[in-house]
Design a protein around this ligand. Structure first.
Ligand SMILES: Cc1ncc(COP(=O)(O)O)c(C=O)c1O
Length: 384
């Protein structure tokens, strides 16, 4: 052969038998078949063998399988981020004329998608009180196709009564999806509490180092595997094996990180609760948090994100100055990484517009809690 052809059809191969602890990063779009008759454009690669990189490389499928194992799912679809996971669930479950329900405490872009993209497709998504519990039965209509839950809720941290909601939904044949990012898929057993579709932004705790965006949509039933898988394959929601490899690495330390983050976060939250400037600390393990008793009943631990609300005497105009005078806490979106973060939401209308304007959300990282407390103390002192 000419050397140019040898470049593409080499005879030498690396010796086989390399056994590493790490999952290899498999890159590839084309999958080669042995014979023309074997060719199949089939997304169900777990059953039919590899067909095309769009449906998952071994690196990505291994990540999905490991998340499914941890969550007790039938299958986990890996998608480009938490927001992509939310979009996939909506598009798989709803069509023009459908009605859906989303808690008022849900992640902002989830609600924005409901009122924007989905409204434009003729899908009506209604907002409900996250603490409604079994009362959700009154909101279910004949055309209700999906009920979202998120527990604790984004920013305001309301813990939902998931068993009561799923019981009411299942009585009417409606699937319930949970944004289970807070629990990293492990601190709350979604499927044991009746959830049908369990979603995680792996971006947060599984990735764990603020250097990737990934999500998963996990299902327990074959029917939802087919429904979500068909939509997932058509939307072309594939992810890079490099990102999947980082998430696989993150999984190895998830246990120690969660243990440490829980302890440090509780220490910081309890310290803030005793401060005269603070009116309320919204952390599910503390009694002030709406739904705290449900957290005690249903969760096996708490995570690193929580919020606190300054007393009414403190003018919200002083909050940006407080954030800027923090040294260790950086300001920026997302959470679950190694670095502590603080963020304000000047337009937040929850728990009330007045309280929302005085709310700060913290993500506690892996710094020493005493240093974080000292940082908060000096920023509070500088507020005067
Ligand atoms: C609760 C929750 N769900 C979903 C997402 C979206 O995840 P991603 O940033 O991976 O799109 C976020 C992001 O902050 C989140 O906080």
């Amino acid at each position: 052969m000419h050397w140019r052809s040898k470049l593409l059809h080499p005879a030498p191969r690396a010796p086989s038998g390399f056994r590493s602890l790490a999952t290899p990063v498999y890159r590839g779009s084309t999958v080669v078949f042995d014979k023309a008759a074997d060719i199949a454009d089939e997304w169900r690669q777990d059953r039919h063998g590899y067909s095309y990189g769009l449906y998952g490389t071994p690196t990505v499928l291994e990540l999905g399988a490991r998340i499914a194992e941890l969550e007790g799912a039938r299958h986990s679809f890996v998608v480009p981020g938490g927001q992509a996971a939310l979009a996939l669930v909506y598009l798989a479950c709803c069509k023009a004329g459908s009605h859906g329900l989303v808690p008022a405490s849900a992640y902002g872009p989830n609600r924005d998608m409901a009122s924007g993209l989905l409204a434009g497709l003729g899908i009506e998504i209604e907002t409900y009180d996250p603490l409604i519990g079994g009362g959700i039965a009154d909101l279910i209509r004949d055309n209700t196709a999906l009920i979202w839950t998120e527990s604790p809720g984004s920013v305001t941290m309301e813990v939902q009564d998931i068993p009561a909601i799923t019981a009411a939904a299942h009585a009417r044949g409606v699937p319930v999806a949970l944004d289970n990012t807070y629990a990293a898929g492990v601190l709350f057993d979604a499927f044991a509490h009746g959830i049908d579709i369990n979603v995680q932004a792996l971006t947060k705790y599984v990735g764990g180092h603020s250097d990737l965006l990934l999500g998963t949509v996990s299902v327990a039933s074959n029917a939802l595997y087919e429904r979500i898988g068909t939509c997932w394959s058509l939307l072309g929601m594939q992810v890079s094996p490099d990102d999947a490899s980082l998430a696989l690495r993150g999984l190895q330390t998830l246990g120690v990180r969660l243990d440490r983050l829980e302890r440090s976060t509780l220490e910081v939250a309890r310290w803030l609760k005793a401060r005269p400037e603070v009116a309320l600390v919204l952390h599910p393990a503390l009694p002030d948090c709406p739904g705290h008793d449900l957290w005690q009943r249903d969760f096996t631990g708490s995570a690193s994100v929580f919020s606190f609300i300054f007393r009414p005497e403190i003018d919200p105009a002083r909050l940006p100055g407080f954030i800027d005078s923090l040294d260790l806490f950086q300001t920026g979106y997302s959470w679950g990484g190694t670095t502590s973060l603080a963020v304000i939401y000047p337009d937040l209308a929850r728990p009330s517009p007045d309280q929302g304007a005085r709310l700060v959300r913290l993500n506690v990282g892996l710094e020493e809690p005493a240093d974080l407390i000292a940082d908060l103390a000096q920023a509070l002192e500088r507020m005067g």
